[in-house]
Unconditional design. Structure first.
Length: 397
């Protein structure tokens, strides 16, 4: 069969994280005992009170079209939540409810940028930012960060890119994959640089609730009077609700209205019962805070286990994450020993150790691998053993 060309998709390919997860699941289904540390989702069930609210909404006949921008009580609850948790002062008309944070990002980038617009994306970046920019016919401008800077963008280098014509920046703190968390002062400097050049900031704060011994700094409280900011967040990670598909974008009401028009023609809205589940997550503070705290302390224990284990394996340098649930590892010596890049290394580990990790190449950092600790301590312990065997097989150390 000849290769079909899909003009609007250009070179957009399957997400590397979803691809690796799918490959590992196929092997598992075929009976191969794969340990998958590739998934980007909490392994916990959605807290019971949230799931119940969704089921109750279905039973109550809440199964019709909601407004395109989302249920008004949910939009108000998001504004109130951002006020309480992130120090924001938003009104409901500044909130758009979306099908996960991913759609909020797509709607924001597609609405604000067009053919040839240059958008700065710092490395290591979440895999979907460049494809979303491409789909908007915009041009991703990759800004390399360094381990010595904690994988955070350098404000002077950012300013140079704005001076040479970039109009936007995608920020992600806590970061997937590096776990880097911007401080108030670091975020202030970045916002000041963007403001000097009238550039838009799309701030993806989907991991805001998952931080370790540090505080999450949000554009909600740091923006002050700079208006060219879209805050993106959602329910998937903090509340173990990946399959419910509820996220949101918050920003100037005219941009939110334009994004709502786009949404009205593309996916109409977010499923109504899921919006009721999300509303319960925001309204029932005490139950929610308890559930989040339990999940974060489980992540924290696994983080420690993994950091200690990976640090002891020759040729791997892990960077302690301050947030999210991934360990970002420099695996350069392993790549050198194998004579492959990070994708070759991950395929080798899948074939020989039955271990699924995500190659750094997918995040714009080719000598790294990302390991998710959203799985049990037993699986992590077994994964460490398999990594230990791989070190011997590859002759590193
Ligand atoms: C950094 C980042 N942003 C956005 C998303 C999308 O989240 P959602 O499930 O809300 O679409 C993810 C999911 O992996 C992510 O890691």
């Amino acid at each position: 069969m000849t290769q079909q060309v899909y003009a609007n998709l250009g070179g957009v390919e399957e997400s590397a994280t979803l691809g690796m997860t799918r490959r590992a699941a196929e092997l598992k289904a075929a009976g191969v005992p794969v340990i998958s540390l590739s998934a980007g989702e909490p392994d916990f069930d959605t807290p019971g009170f949230i799931a119940e609210a969704g089921v109750e909404a279905i039973r109550d006949g809440q199964t019709h079209y909601p407004p395109a921008a989302g249920l008004m009580p949910l939009r108000a609850a998001v504004a109130a939540y951002l006020g309480r948790e992130c120090g924001g002062a938003y009104t409901s008309d500044q909130v758009l409810v979306t099908v996960g944070a991913k759609q909020a990002l797509f709607n924001a980038i597609f609405t604000l940028f067009g053919p040839g617009s240059r958008i700065v994306i710092p490395t290591p970046y979440w895999v979907s930012y460049p494809p979303i920019a491409h789909l908007a016919r915009a041009v991703p401008v990759i800004l390399e960060t360094r381990a010595a800077d904690g994988f955070k963008p350098d404000p002077d280098e950012l300013a140079a890119l704005f001076r040479s014509g970039a109009r936007g920046l995608v920020l992600n703190s806590p970061s997937n994959p590096s776990g880097a968390v911007l401080s108030d002062a670091e975020l202030d400097r970045i916002i000041a640089v963007a403001a000097r050049h009238d550039a838009w900031i799309i701030s993806d704060e989907i991991y805001h609730a998952i931080v370790y011994d540090t505080e999450h700094a949000s554009v909600a409280s740091r923006a002050r009077d700079y208006e060219r900011i879209i805050l993106v967040n959602g329910f998937s990670k903090a509340f173990a609700m990946t399959g419910w598909r509820v996220g949101y974008a918050v920003g100037p009401s005219d941009v939110i209205a334009a994004m709502t028009r786009l949404q009205g023609h593309v996916n109409t809205n977010t499923a109504l019962p899921c919006q009721y589940a999300a509303l319960a997550a925001l309204d029932q503070h005490a139950a929610r805070d308890r559930a989040v705290k339990e999940m974060v302390s489980a992540f924290d224990r696994r983080r420690d286990l993994l950091l200690k284990g990976v640090s002891a394996i020759p040729g791997l340098t892990p960077y302690p994450p301050d947030g999210a649930f991934y360990l970002w590892i420099d695996a350069g010596p392993w790549c050198d020993s194998l004579g492959a890049n990070s994708t070759g290394l991950c395929l080798d580990l899948l074939d020989n150790e039955r271990l699924a990790l995500v190659p750094g190449e997918a995040f714009g950092a080719d000598r790294f691998v990302r390991l998710s600790f959203a799985t049990t301590e037993e699986a992590l312990t077994e994964a460490l053993e398999r990594l230990g065997k791989a070190a011997v097989r590859l002759g590193v150390g």
